[in-house]
Design a protein. Structure first.
Length: 347
């Protein structure tokens, strides 16, 4: 039956065309954005998971930047400390030369002074991100020898956490402007080892006894109580104040040079331990940075598998839908034309 009020063929053709246009819009959006899920309406579960992974990647990127800053601080301290060790070796060489009888100790003192000034310069200027780990003031409010360096970000049971690795700086502090004695156990132990290793029994030459003074500061400004050969009076001196220009070849003066040399050599050994800690920490942070980047790459891949569109498939579908759209328009045109055929009955 043909009706001039209701054209069922046109209605069906129009419904088909609407469906094709909806699919065409969806496919066009996927091709243009590259995503099959670009909002919660496209797939709430996948969209929520992908959004969480994107948030994690943002946090991991910030963590990587923070680790880069921490690594820069570690590398700066390591570079400065290595320079200091080199200068202390220069001081040690000068003291060895001063141990001989026929030597110009005044000229050797010039070498020592230049090296000590260089050490002070390196320590004061080893600043990174506003902090200096070689030249400190431990009385500053909030100061701590333990530096917490960020190392990892994780999400577990819907909760995020930041992990840190602690670097103890007491093993390489050179100067401390605090007038009170340091309470750092690592530094105190190292200074005690230096004093013990610097003491020489009289049976092996002009003897000298070295003890840590009442105030413990950094390796360069801690005063040692040095009791010289055949003397009951101790002198109190720190490495930064060592002076040999007026010393003679007497056993007493010779024991002082020996004490100086032993203290410097033992200090170098302690600072090498500190330098090794910094090197290990730098390697750890670099490894953590690489691991963090791997996690970011894995997250990016996971996000892609959840929301990215298959462009080959979608482009093929786009071509097919465009063809279907043209056929649907033609079908609708034919269906609309069928009712016009009724007019011929009235001619």
């Amino acid at each position: 039956m043909t009706s001039i009020l209701t054209n069922n063929s046109a209605t069906i053709a129009l419904q088909t065309l609407r469906s094709i246009n909806t699919q065409l819009d969806t496919t066009s959006n996927r091709v243009s954005t590259g995503q099959r899920i670009s909002s919660a309406a496209d797939g709430a579960a996948y969209w929520a998971i992908a959004s969480t992974l994107k948030s994690d990647n943002g946090s991991l990127s910030a963590l990587k930047d923070a680790m880069s800053l921490d690594k820069n601080s570690v590398d700066a301290a390591s570079a400065g400390l290595n320079k200091v060790i080199d200068q202390l070796k220069t001081v040690s060489n000068a003291l060895v030369s001063a141990s001989t009888t026929n030597t110009d100790r005044a000229k050797l003192q010039n070498d020592i002074k230049v090296a000590l000034d260089a050490i002070k310069n390196y320590a004061d200027n080893t600043v990174m991100n506003g902090s200096n780990w070689l030249s400190i003031k431990s009385s500053t409010s909030g100061f701590t020898y333990d530096k917490d360096l960020v190392s990892a970000f994780s999400r577990k049971d819907k909760s995020v956490s930041i992990s840190t690795t602690t670097l103890e700086t007491g093993s390489f502090v050179l100067y401390d402007s605090n007038t009170a004695s340091s309470t750092n156990a690592t530094l105190s132990s190292a200074l005690g080892d230096i004093a013990s290793n610097a003491s020489v029994a009289p049976s092996t030459g002009p003897g000298v006894t070295v003890a840590v003074g009442s105030t413990k500061s950094g390796f360069m400004d801690t005063k040692y109580s040095i009791t010289l050969y055949n003397s009951t009076t101790a002198v109190s001196e720190s490495i930064k104040d060592f002076d040999i220009k007026s010393l003679t070849s007497s056993d007493t003066d010779q024991s002082k040079i020996t004490g100086y040399l032993k203290i410097v050599d033992a200090t170098v050994q302690q600072l090498l331990t500190g330098a090794s800690k910094l090197g290990s920490m730098s390697t750890l942070l670099k490894s953590q940075q690489e691991f963090t980047q791997q996690l970011m790459d894995i997250n990016t891949s996971s996000i892609g598998s959840l929301v990215d569109a298959n462009i080959e498939e979608e482009s093929t579908k786009l071509k097919a839908l465009q063809t279907q759209q043209q056929l649907g328009i033609q079908s609708l045109s034919i269906a609309n034309a069928s009712s016009q055929n009724v007019l011929s009955l009235f001619r």
